[in-house]
Design a protein around this ligand. Structure first.
Ligand code: SF4
Ligand code: MG
Length: 335
């Protein structure tokens, strides 16, 4: 498999009045061409900041302190802002949670869809229009030609998210990053948008990174999953490994808190107790220790190693040490 993206030892911090917030603390992972990767964790786990670092879209007080961001052979950390502008939207497409904030309310959908094609792809207006209509059709927007003249507020939430997806695809990017693309939508529309993303993954040959707090969302779309906590990747593995053979107590907690679509089961949703760690003073050892019912003394005193627990499956948890007490995970199927 050919690598499209490789992030090596990324560290990103924000400088605030209270001190330096170490939001991403040594994150490394890669993405092969055509692969769909899920990045899952609670808010504040560093998942969005990792991708905002890649896109070089951090707020003014944010800084990439260390690391390489190799995308298609170039280190994005070293590119000028001008070069980055040519990559955003063109080589890397983005889909956000709330399309209303990413779409321009005073421009028609047609203008917003054709603008990047005219700018990046040097298309004529007519060529751009045709391509935009094609994309609107691909994402399932009915009567696309007449809807091109409409403004974002004339679309429903679900249709707006489809427009956002069409926009992210219009320049045929090599990578699409979707950050909580379905979080603002109701359950039925959420399922439709996920179905669309799954479908698109087959139809277009783009790689996808799907960021979400809900492990249930990535199950059908992604081949591989990174679980993030406290600015680190705490478990990485195939979707099958993460769901059926999880090796980290935080992953167990996420699996237990997946909402069950079966109405009667809803109340069984179990959130993980406690608060994420203070990233101004990150804990020594395992960041999950204060919330972990299996925590041992070593978890709080020693540097946390990453254990190889299977083929392309790793977990940063002492329970995977050969001398650790045997624990039966409360979720998943053991093989
Ligand atoms: Fe829990 Fe220790 Fe594993 Fe951290 S390293 S998740 S505290 S058992
Ligand atoms: Mg986020």
């Amino acid at each position: 498999m050919e690598k499209l993206l490789e992030i090596k030892n990324l560290e990103t911090s924000f400088y605030t009045h209270a001190g330096e917030v170490k939001a991403v603390r040594g994150v490394s992972f890669h993405l092969d061409k055509g692969e769909a990767l899920g990045i899952v964790g609670e808010s504040g786990s560093g998942k969005s900041i990792t991708m905002m670092s890649l896109m070089r879209l951090l707020s003014d007080n944010g800084k990439i302190k260390k690391g390489e961001l190799i995308f298609d052979g170039r280190d994005l950390a070293k590119l000028s802002e001008e070069e980055m502008q040519n990559i955003r939207g063109n080589e890397i497409g983005m889909i956000f949670q709330d399309p209303m904030t990413s779409l321009n309310p005073v421009l028609t959908i047609g203008d917003q869809l054709t603008e990047p094609l005219i700018k990046h792809r040097k298309m004529t207006k007519q060529q751009a229009f045709e391509r935009a209509v094609k994309m609107m059709t691909l994402v399932g927007i009915p009567s696309p030609e007449s809807r091109m003249k409409q403004y974002p507020h004339e679309f429903s939430g679900g249709m707006r998210q489809r427009v956002m997806i069409a926009m992210s695809l219009v320049c045929e990017p090599k990578l699409i990053i979707a950050d909580e693309p379905t979080t603002a939508l109701d359950v039925t529309i959420q399922a439709q948008i996920l179905e669309l993303m799954k479908d698109l993954k087959e139809k277009i040959n783009a790689s996808i990174i799907l960021i979400t707090h809900d492990l249930g969302v990535v199950a059908d779309v992604c081949n591989r999953i990174n679980v993030m906590y406290g600015g680190m990747i705490v478990e990485t593995g195939s979707t099958k490994d993460i769901f059926y053979n999880p090796k980290h107590p935080y992953t167990w907690g996420l699996l237990k808190s997946i909402p069950n679509p079966n109405e009667e089961e809803r109340e069984r949703l179990i959130p993980i107790d406690g608060q994420p760690p203070d990233l101004i003073k990150p804990p020594v050892g395992c960041p999950f220790a204060p919330r972990c019912e299996y925590a041992m003394k070593i978890c709080m005193t020693e540097n946390l190693p990453v254990f190889e627990v299977g083929e392309n499956h790793k977990a940063a948890c002492w329970l995977n040490h050969q001398d650790a007490p045997k624990v039966e995970p409360p979720v998943g199927r053991r093989n």
